[in-house]
Design a protein around this ligand. Structure first.
Ligand SMILES: [Zn+2]
Ligand SMILES: [Zn+2]
Length: 874
């Protein structure tokens, strides 16, 4: 092919410097057309391919579940449709997209879907601010973001798209709710709830971060009493905990966070009789303790300010009542700040006593601000000698700290007095009991068992397990969510909406305001219904569901999103699940990922699916920051993907987001870095453009290669190995991209050899083809363009991922002679161009050499690179 640049002169100047080859446009001997032809014009390349890809709806479509191919389900967390993608999204999707494309090229049937977590508060806020109905606002945003995703070239199977605010999806939320209700797993109760005054709604415990709303980082969450719907996630506490051990493909960090959130403690319940209350209902205080072995050291019983007994105990003492109210206020405040554990501990003596059933001792009953109702029973026995918090409290109020447990080594004869010198509190359990009646002398573990059994025999206690995990409050007093399918009839009480009447449609003619309560409550045509049981007047539930319900099972729906008869189809689920790789931010480590696991177990128990865990491997990518700070409008450091695409192209923006940092670390965005990646892509483009190979040119490697060609061939195979290994291993795509960059550099460095045939055509062709294949997961637009430039017409996405040859990838080895005082004593094989220190060290360690040294002193060892080592001894 006669191109102006195929002359040797053109090759030379192009090879030495890319910049110079660009500048050559102005050189009198260089035709002006050349630079235009060789310029990497990302915009026109990308627009051309984007248009083609959008025409072909089958391009990224997964094969049906009866496919003979092995499946691979790669999933990125679905976004909230705020209207614009940010760089965090781009990074998340660039990781998933690289993986999806790689797996297609490895011959898998890949499912790579995308959808929209489309219910939620911002749509209502937008409606308030701009007077746009939430539905319209949301659907507009989805259209915009979808267009952005397409322009970025993400390979999604849009035939699987799920939009959670559409009735075809949320009707199944309602269906699940009815199933849960039938099984007693959805229930209603009055409870203290977290209330965000800004959202004007209830928040789940998981949505309270540091005492503030997860959406409003500066708004303190209040406690309110409301009738709420709960899902009984605690039925699965143990299974959720135990199955964490099976999730070996999850980051340990996430598993630890979930384990702590579930917070299982084993211990015992022990009843303390209240003195002077005999015969009345509230005559005993049940405490939960994980250290029943220390019960002889209890010196008080303490209640949470909200404990139901407190009212009785305080009786008609207004002074006492006022002080209890103060403690309650302090606790609420501490809760609002986020950490009751860090509260300055205060309490008040109720002037009443309870009996320790183990030794019949009368213990004072206190109310304390650091005891909370939602852990254990809201009552503890205080053992100052053996508990940090009890010790701190007792010190403040002068309560006795009685030692009943000591480390084995410190057990001394009773009269030695040494026991008294121990530093308190002592909380170790590799210890023995003292001063504990019949249990003295037992080891702690043994004592716990015997004392629990003793309590059970005496009918004043039993073994018990408690969890930090609470049932999931799903009621929201908001409009833009799934209506809860429940009716209230004066005669029949709570009546579930019959399944045949689903979906309960969310009305669209709603005026959204921030006045308290759900806007739905102000719509009589929604609220007033006939009771399906008695035909009398009934009232519809006006709360909507927490949007985390939507995201708890959307990934199942992707496999058959238009199914009319059921939420999921068993056979497609059996084929596609578990998800092979899930990718998303670590901020979802608790909320979304615990709810999804719960939903999966519940679906299994309904007989809908057979798996117990939805996700095989989980990857949490780092954040995208700029100038060391999280991108935010207020800091003015937001980088827009649209701008990056317009300036550098989608390939550069995507590839940079993979190149700038390993995917699991934070990425500090730098526009100059994107420009650098764009320059690299230009170099790759020009290497193919300047040496066009035809598809039918020779492909066999031929005979022995000359050294420069052999070097290039070796680099090629090493690069394939490095890039392939990262996909299989730790996903450090930054090193994959760096490896491809090195390869392109070496290609440019060897350009001089091409016209003379020093790089055989077959090798050159192999280099160019492989370059396109290796770039395909990271820079799909350019990769497709290169593929076409080489005259290839096959679909690059289904082209086979390149294989490396271990032998060809191996560094060439060179034989080196080792002389001792000028006489050859041994020979050594080392990789060509090994560093001198390595060669010297290996020469000195050689057995034959060491034998010949025998007691003599090495004066020096001179390395002649790639030839010999001369050791001078004396
Ligand atoms: Zn809020
Ligand atoms: Zn009724």
């Amino acid at each position: 092919m006669a191109r102006p640049n195929s002359s040797r002169a053109g090759q030379r100047s192009g090879r030495r410097s890319e910049n110079r080859s660009e500048k050559r446009a102005g050189h009198p001997t260089a035709p002006r057309t050349e630079s235009r032809e060789l310029r990497y014009d990302s915009q026109s390349i990308e627009e051309k391919w984007a248009a083609r890809w959008q025409q072909d709806e089958s391009l990224y479509r997964a094969e049906a579940s009866d496919s003979k191919l092995q499946k691979y389900y790669v999933l990125e967390m679905l976004p909230y449709p705020s209207g614009v993608l940010h760089m965090g999204h781009v990074r998340n999707y660039a990781i998933g997209d690289a993986l999806a494309r790689h797996m297609w090229m490895r011959g898998y049937n890949v499912l790579h879907p995308m959808g929209w977590d489309a219910f939620g508060l911002p749509a209502e806020n937008a409606a308030l601010q701009n007077n746009v109905p939430p539905r319209q606002w949301t659907l507009n945003n989805i259209a915009q973001m979808k267009a952005q995703m397409k322009r970025l070239g993400f390979a999604y199977d849009w035939s699987k798209e799920v939009t959670t605010c559409l009735p075809e999806y949320y009707r199944w939320n309602q269906w699940f709710f009815l199933k849960l209700y039938e099984r007693g797993l959805a229930y209603r109760k009055k409870s203290k709830v977290n209330w965000c005054p800004e959202c004007a709604t209830v928040l789940a415990n998981e949505q309270v971060v540091g005492g503030c709303c997860w959406r409003h980082e500066t708004i303190k969450v209040e406690q309110r009493d409301l009738e709420q719907w709960f899902l009984r996630i605690t039925k699965y506490s143990d299974e959720l905990l135990q199955d964490l051990d099976r999730l070996e493909g999850w980051p340990e960090k996430v598993r630890v966070m979930q384990r702590n959130w579930i917070g299982r403690s084993e211990g015992a319940l022990v009843d303390f009789k209240v003195v002077g209350a005999a015969g009345r209902a509230g005559d005993k205080i049940s405490v939960f303790t994980t250290r029943i072995d220390t019960i002889f050291g209890a010196t008080s019983v303490q209640l949470a300010p909200e404990h139901p007994l407190v009212n009785d105990l305080v009786g008609n003492n207004p002074e006492l009542r006022a002080r209890v109210d103060e403690l309650l206020a302090e606790q609420r405040q501490a809760r609002e700040i986020g950490d009751v554990g860090a509260i300055s501990k205060r309490g008040v003596f109720t002037e009443r006593y309870a009996i320790n059933p183990f030794n019949e001792e009368k213990l004072p009953i206190w109310v304390a601000n650091y005891i909370v109702m939602d852990y254990g029973t809201g009552a503890i026995m205080s053992v100052p000698a053996h508990d940090e918090r009890d010790f701190e409290f007792a010190n403040k109020y002068g309560l006795e700290a009685r030692v009943v447990v000591l480390p084995r080594r410190e057990i001394e004869p009773p009269d030695s007095g040494k026991a008294e010198t121990h530093v308190l509190p002592f909380t170790g359990t590799d210890s023995l009991l003292i001063n504990s009646g019949q249990f003295s002398g037992l080891a702690c573990g043994e004592a716990m068992k015997k004392m629990t059994a003793f309590a059970e025999e005496g009918d004043f206690g039993k073994a018990a397990v408690t969890y930090r995990l609470k049932d999931w409050g799903i009621s929201r007093q908001r409009y833009w969510g799934t209506p809860i399918p429940i009716l209230y009839c004066k005669k029949c009480g709570i009546v579930p909406v019959p399944e045949k009447d689903l979906p309960v449609l969310l009305p669209e003619n709603v005026v959204v305001t921030l006045e308290g309560g759900s806007p739905l409550a102000r719509l009589p045509e929604f609220v007033n219904v006939k009771c399906p049981r008695c035909n009398g007047a009934a009232r519809r539930e006006t709360d909507t569901m927490d949007t985390f319900v939507d995201s708890s099972w959307y990934f199942y729906r992707y496999t058959n999103p238009r199914l009319q008869t059921a939420p999921v189809e068993r056979k497609t689920i059996d084929y596609w699940f578990p998800i092979d790789q899930y990718i998303g931010g670590v901020e979802h480590a608790i909320l979304h990922l615990i709810y999804s696991r719960f939903w999966t177990k519940m679906m299994r128990d309904l007989g809908l699916i057979k798996i117990a865990e939805p996700v095989e491997r989980l990857f949490s990518q780092g954040m995208v920051i700029k100038g060391g700070a999280k991108m935010s409008k207020s800091l003015g450091n937001v980088v827009s993907p649209d701008e990056m695409v317009a300036r550098f192209g989608a390939d550069s923006a995507r590839m940079y987001s993979l190149f700038a940092s390993p995917p699991d670390r934070d990425l500090d965005w730098n526009d100059a870095g994107v420009e650098g990646v764009s320059r690299f892509l230009g170099r790759a483009y020009r290497f193919v453009a300047r040496h066009p190979q035809k598809p039918d040119s020779a492909r066999s490697r031929g005979g022995t290669l000359a050294p420069p060609a052999r070097k290039l061939e070796r680099k090629l195979h090493q690069t394939i190995k490095r890039v392939s290994d990262e996909f299989q291993g730790r996903w450090h795509f930054n090193t994959s991209v760096a490896a491809i960059m090195e390869l392109v550099n070496e290609c440019h460095a060897a350009e001089e050899e091409i016209p003379s045939g020093g790089i055989p055509a077959a090798l050159l062709k192999n280099l160019q083809r492989t370059l396109a294949l290796l770039l395909a997961p990271f820079a799909p637009y350019l990769a497709h363009e290169l593929w076409e430039m080489m005259g290839e017409s096959s679909n690059l996405l289904r082209e086979k991922w390149p294989q490396y040859d271990r032998t060809l990838a191996r560094e060439e080895e060179i034989e080196i002679a080792i002389q001792v005082n000028g006489k050859i004593r041994s020979r050594l094989f080392v990789a060509a161009d090994s560093p001198e220190e390595v060669v010297r060290e290996r020469a000195l360690a050689d057995e034959k050499v060491r034998a010949s040294l025998d007691g003599k002193q090495v004066v020096k060892a001179i390395v002649v690179p790639n030839k010999l080592v001369n050791i001078v001894v004396r």
